[in-house]
Design a protein around this ligand. Structure first.
Ligand SMILES: *[C@@H]1O[C@H](CO)[C@@H](O)[C@H](O)[C@H]1NC(C)=O
Ligand SMILES: *[C@@H]1O[C@H](CO)[C@@H](O)[C@H](O)[C@H]1NC(C)=O
Length: 363
């Protein structure tokens, strides 16, 4: 068998911060990119057009843009970044350097947990302004990692990893796609809206940050909309999760803090107008025992001000799922939480451990 190159593709969008006195008009040209060779000249322009091309094996497509730049995708297979996921889902490359020979074993079906490094994140976004109307197909593992220097609006995006729902020979009947988080967020002043995410892991995962809005998105097939997992020293505050539609996920809405976390906090998370159907494990899960589920909780992450307010959140869980489970450490969930705009149907009630501050909701 001929050795196949492992294709690394990581798309990085970044912009230099606006420099006082710099003259954008001096860059008022259009740069066209049809291969990586074109990138260094094109990024000097305020308009950059990306044409259809393949990022070669082992290379990163890095766009270090000037302030105020607009990037367009033209002739780009319907404006799609194709992550070539099935290659990674279907082959676990084990390079045994025995007499310069490469051997390919069947796929691991384990994403980032598999034996082989997969390009992750696939899309690193380091711009402010707007990022809109972009489709990502078949990411090898995690899709977007976002660290915007100033406010950023991400809208009308599509992540279609639905092909990864199918099992393959090595995935023991489970989905071949794995660790395909839609948006991994450790930032502030970010809005993600009007987007569709079809994957096998978190639709959104907020690891730390503040002033983050996630609204009018559709999440299909994955692990729901998550705050966390929260590690030691991480703080999350001022998060709004509203008017999203969540279908066939493990859980709809989750806060997960690591059992080992210390000096961490989650505060000010508001859920409004979210609708969920076909939840496989939980409707709402707040769990301080991550990575275990409903294991022994830690108490080093203080969770406060978690509310379901405004438009009713309507969540339907499968018959073998739990409606709401809250697993707090001793004294680490605090204050009074208003859950009057939460309605969960189906399944069985879950347990609420170490906390009696939930108002306006019972199961
Ligand atoms: C984004 O989607 C929303 C809702 O579907 C639509 O109203 C809006 O026009 C779209 N915006 C762009 C820039 O395509
Ligand atoms: C919150 O983020 C939005 C953009 O997402 C920004 O316009 C707004 O100024 C931010 N609010 C604060 C208090 O920083």
């Amino acid at each position: 068998m001929a050795p196949r190159a492992l294709i690394f593709l990581l798309f990085i969008f970044s912009a230099v911060k606006y420099v006082e006195g710099a003259s954008p008009s001096s860059n008022a040209c259009t740069g066209d990119i049809s291969s990586l060779d074109d990138v260094s000249a094109a990024v000097k322009c305020t308009t950059v057009n990306i044409h259809s091309f393949t990022v070669p094996a082992g290379k990163t497509f890095n766009l270090a843009l000037v302030s105020g730049a607009t990037v367009n995708m033209v002739n780009g297979n319907g404006h799609t970044f194709n992550g070539n996921g099935p290659f990674y889902w279907v082959h676990n490359l084990v390079q045994l350097m025995i007499i310069s020979m490469s051997i390919y074993l069947p796929q691991d079906g384990l994403g980032g947990n598999g034996g082989v490094t997969k390009p992750a994140p696939m899309m690193k976004i380091k711009i402010s302004g707007t990022f809109t109307n972009v489709k990502v197909l078949n990411s090898p593992a995690r899709v977007y990692s976002i660290s915007n220097p100033e406010p950023l609006l991400m809208s009308n995006l599509t992540i279609d990893d639905s092909l990864g729902d199918q099992p393959n020979a090595a995935s023991n009947g489970k989905a071949a796609g794995h660790n395909t988080d839609g948006f991994d967020v450790s930032t502030q002043n970010l809005v993600i809206q009007d987007s569709v995410i079809m994957n096998q892991d978190d639709c959104l995962a907020i690891n730390k940050g503040s002033n983050i809005t996630f609204q009018r998105n559709t999440c299909s097939g994955g692990h729901g909309i998550s705050v966390g997992s929260i590690s030691s020293g991480a703080t999350v505050s001022d998060v709004s999760i509203s008017d999203n539609f969540i279908v066939n996920n493990d859980q709809a809405l989750r806060i997960k803090t690591k059992a080992t976390a210390t000096d961490a906090s989650v505060s000010g998370v508001t859920y409004s107008g979210n609708t969920a159907m076909g939840m496989r494990q939980f409707g709402v899960l707040i769990d301080q025992s991550y990575p275990d589920t409903l294991g022994t909780p830690g108490d080093g992450c203080i969770v406060s001000d978690i509310n379901f307010l405004g438009t009713l959140n309507k969540i339907a869980v499968n018959s073998d799922a739990q409606q709401v489970a809250v697993n707090c450490g001793e004294g680490s969930c605090t204050g009074s939480w208003d859950w009057s705009a939460l309605e969960v149907s189906g399944g069985t009630p879950g347990e609420i451990v170490n906390f009696n501050g939930i108002q306006g909701f019972s199961q």
